[in-house]
Design a protein around this ligand. Structure first.
Ligand code: ATP
Ligand code: MG
Length: 453
């Protein structure tokens, strides 16, 4: 190989050179090869070698490198170098089966080709070294160019061995904007229930990556049957008529278009958009409709259940729940009302509710979309309030709890009540946010602040 076509990072190069000096071969494998050929940024560089992990450790230490025995049993060590960490793994033939039915035993092998054969997709089963060039026994390079996700070997076998691969296929198709090859796609649909054999955390991690991919809407449209295996409530939205003349889509398509429209594209907002109408499914509504609970509240409760089941952090569950719970509230372009909303929801949640309302309205269809200016008008006022640092929280008030205690001789709950009373007055524009004026108003209305205590 006289013309290298890879820019191997310096650290990886040093590791490969050290192994070579002792007579071993090594390759960059997997994601780094794929992403380099695509011209995408690479995050981690994995190296595969015919050298045993313990010997690799000795060689790298001799070359002055720091090593960590991260997975000796699986043939993996990590070399920590100046420009980053590198996983160096002995050629193996068994995959990393993620479910508990597979014992944690590993079989090593002598050839890079055998190692590549255990990998999930052709685009992930390429290796590169300056000496050997590109090693690509499954024509991954052609699938990269054709933008295709295709299993290495028989898709049904590969998904049966490890159902996490079903989620990985959808995730890579979404991230890279690729199609899934028909036989691989058919196996995904057929074996979709197996996803429930995989730990929820792993499913969640792949799902979140899927959500952030550029093809997320397209993939969820096409594979809603797979997504519904771990979010069963979604299936109820498919084909569901929203019975509103302004809605041009069924509930599922409406959720997808809202998801595709929402900004900013942080995980919590993507989830809120996708799940905002989950409570409109007939089963969900059936339970609570009679009790008069509104759909935003039902959607909030169901979303929180879904996210808890997927082991999302509490912060995410609460945030998404609050945004969904408020998405059907009616806000008007009234300054005092907007300040109360900023106070009650908090600034970030309130602005996020407006973001969701904006996307939700656009996703109804062209007639409703004309109404989006109403939300933007409210957002404009909220932004103005924030920029001008106008008072809408207790913290913004120019009097403190101790001021109130001293001036009006109040204690405990009475203090909180008095401050809330003054904040209301300031929000309504009845009093300026000025210490002397506020204390004067407080003393002047003492029986009010003091009542029912
Ligand atoms: P990224 O790191 O960008 O998410 P990646 O391709 O590097 O993508 P990793 O999960 O880091 O993905 O895995 C590294 C490589 O290990 C993959 O490219 C693939 O060759 C192989 N691999 C990972 N998970 C599996 C699996 N479940 N089954 C088979 N091979 C896998
Ligand atoms: Mg990786």
């Amino acid at each position: 190989m006289d013309t290298p076509y890879f820019d191997i990072p310096a650290g990886a190069n040093a590791i490969m050179e050290a192994l070579k000096a002792d007579g071993f071969e090594s390759f960059i494998v997997g994601g780094a090869v794929r992403d380099t050929l695509l011209g995408n940024a690479i995050h981690d560089v994995d190296i595969a070698t015919d050298c045993q992990a313990k010997v690799t450790t000795r060689i790298l230490i001799k070359a002055g490198m720091k090593t960590v025995p991260t997975g000796i049993k699986h043939g993996t060590i990590t070399a920590v170098l100046e420009d980053g960490s590198y996983e160096v793994t002995t050629y193996r033939i068994d995959g990393e089966y993620q479910d508990s039915r597979h014992p944690e035993q590993v079989t090593f092998t002598d050839t890079i080709e055998a190692d590549l054969a255990r990998r999930d997709f052709t685009i992930n089963a390429m290796a590169y070294s300056h000496d050997a060039g590109l090693v690509d026994p499954f024509s991954g390079i052609l699938d990269l160019r054709a933008k295709v996700i295709r299993c290495v070997g028989d898709p049904k076998e590969r998904f049966s061995e490890d159902a996490l691969r079903i989620m990985r296929a959808l995730r890579f198709a979404s991230e890279l904007g690729f199609m899934i090859e028909p036989e691989t796609a058919a196996a995904i649909h057929e074996l979709r229930e197996r996803v429930n054999e995989v730990s929820r955390e792993r499913v969640r991690d792949e799902f979140v990556k899927l959500l952030h991919g550029k093809g997320a809407g397209r993939i969820m449209r096409e594979y809603v049957d797979v997504i519904s295996t771990f979010i069963p409530q979604l299936a109820d939205l498919v084909g569901l008529n929203l019975n509103n003349p302004l809605h041009i889509h069924d509930a599922w398509e409406h959720s997808l278009v809202t998801f595709e429209t929402i900004q900013p594209r942080r995980t919590e907002m993507l989830l809120a958009a996708l799940l905002h109408d989950i409570g409109k499914g007939p089963k969900a509504l059936g339970e609570e409709w009679a009790k008069g609970v509104d759909h935003a509240e039902i959607s909030r409760r169901i979303s929180e259940e879904i996210l808890r089941d997927l082991r999302f952090p509490n912060y995410t569950i609460k945030f998404v729940g609050r945004v969904i719970g408020g998405h059907d509230d009616v806000f008007t372009p009234n300054r005092a009302m907007i300040k109360r909303s900023l106070r009650d929801f908090g600034q970030v949640v309130f602005l996020s509710i407006l973001d969701l309302k904006h996307a939700d309205i656009l996703a109804h269809g062209p007639e409703a979309a004309e109404q989006v200016w109403r939300i933007d008008e409210i957002r404009g006022i909220a932004e103005d309030i924030i920029i001008k640092r106008e008072c809408y929280t207790l913290g913004d008030l120019k009097v403190s709890g101790s001021d109130v205690r001293e001036a009006a001789d109040l204690e405990g709950k009475q203090i909180a009540k008095a401050l809330g009373f003054l904040l209301d007055k300031v929000i309504e524009g009845e009093v300026a946010n000025d210490r002397d004026e506020l204390l004067e108003v407080l003393l002047g209305s003492m029986p009010l602040a003091d009542s029912d205590e």
